[in-house]
Write a protein that binds this ligand. Structure first.
Ligand code: CP3
Length: 351
């Protein structure tokens, strides 16, 4: 299978020469787009949308129809994995994700099993295959998963949390139980990402959204070590092409060298890190992805273009940079400000 016609995204991740800095946006398909809201209404709910391969494909392509983006990302959610483990995911209107059966009891943790992605997450693999057909080799498709630690945060808390009280109590009192959850989940994530790769994902990103909430030693023990295990277990090639991996730890800038050493091809940075300094710190070990403050998109198109240029200049010329936001795009973002961003990035090194 040949590479996509526009393969700048894959090239930048592999630190091969590019003809412009490629960009995509975390949560590029989402509620800031009226067409997304329309498809979601037709689906009935966010989960029904995720579980319908045809509609998931439709929303995956929506941001690409509007903007000149260099990659598509599978439309799904990181919490489909714990859902497949039997925790019962649901979304209460305006409250974010919740689990019917949070993991708190020792017996439930002992009983946790690795789901077969081609059975319990078949709808994701079907969406990947359908999106690849629809993309018709125009741009690469990114697959993704949550990191075991980030998934465990939701599994133990039973939903979002400000302080991760239940999870951290378990971590300090019963680290053996948390390690058991992380161990099963890491195996589940390896199987899940490899199934996505076999279904057609051309790069994968691991979202470690909550790793930055940990003390440094605990980040290594409870988050990074499992991410490393996943990266080691990933298929490195498919159909003769390299499948690059990206690790994004929100709040992980202080541990950049450690993260860059986990075996991944690229590290995602949130907006708090200076990407120029980050480049010096990692050298040619990994590519970097990021890292515009997503809130900057609320400012005028002129300010958006100026701040995009600031990130591009901070990284400097040469390959190894995938432009992105430092975290997911807000649902209140004006869509035309995103156009200004995409144009500014594409014009920059082309001159
Ligand atoms: O980037 C993309 O376009 C791909 C789709 C994607 C979604 N979620 C769609 C989504 C991806 C990659 C995710 C990952 C995800 N999901 C993460 C890690 C990334 C991050 O943001 O840190 C996390 C922590 C989740 C869990 C999750 N899913 C939360 C906390 C929420 C609620 C968010 C909110 O603002 O209400 C979701 C729901 C969700 N996932 C939406 C979308 C588009 C909004 C749901 C809706 O349409 O109502």
């Amino acid at each position: 299978m040949a590479r996509p016609h526009n393969d700048n995204f894959l090239r930048a991740l592999l630190r091969e020469p590019v003809d412009h800095t490629p960009l995509w946006l975390m949560r590029q398909a989402g509620r800031y787009l009226p067409e997304y809201c329309e498809t979601r209404r037709r689906a009935g709910s966010f989960l029904d949308l995720c579980k319908s391969p045809g509609l998931a494909c439709e929303v995956t392509l929506q941001p690409l129809a509007r903007y000149d983006l260099d990659a598509a990302i599978l439309f799904s959610d990181i919490l489909t994995v714990p859902d497949a483990m039997g925790l019962g995911l649901y979304f209460a209107e305006g409250e974010g994700p919740k689990f019917e059966r949070p993991l708190r009891e020792e017996w439930a943790i002992r009983d946790l099993e690795v789901p077969d992605p081609n059975v319990h997450l078949r709808y994701v693999m079907d969406a990947v295959a359908e999106i690849r057909r629809a993309l018709n080799n125009s741009v690469p498709l990114i697959g993704f998963s949550g990191s075991p630690f980030t998934l465990a945060c939701y599994m133990v808390e039973g939903g979002g949390s400000d302080d991760f009280r239940h999870l951290k109590t378990m971590m300090y009192d019963r680290p053996d139980l948390l390690h058991r959850i992380l161990d099963v989940t890491a195996t589940a994530v390896v199987d899940y990402l490899n199934a996505q790769i076999e279904a057609g994902a051309q790069a994968v990103q691991i979202f470690d959204t909550w790793g930055g909430a940990l003390p440094a030693h605990a980040f290594r023990e409870f988050s990074l070590s499992y991410i490393q295990r996943i990266v080691e277990g990933l298929k490195k090639t498919h159909d003769g092409e390299r499948i690059p991996s990206i690790v994004f730890t929100k709040g992980g800038g202080q541990w950049l060298e450690d993260i860059a050493g986990c075996g991944c091809d690229a590290v995602g940075l949130d907006w708090t890190t200076d990407i120029g300094q980050a480049r010096k710190r990692v050298g040619d070990k990994v590519a970097l992805q990021g890292n515009l403050d997503p809130m900057c998109l609320f400012a005028s198109p002129e300010a958006v273009a100026r701040e995009a240029k600031r990130v591009l200049d901070a990284y400097g010329p040469g390959t190894g940079h995938v432009f992105n936001l430092g975290h997911g795009i807000s649902q209140y973002t004006p869509p035309d400000h995103v156009s200004a961003l995409v144009e500014a990035v594409h014009e920059h090194w082309r001159g």
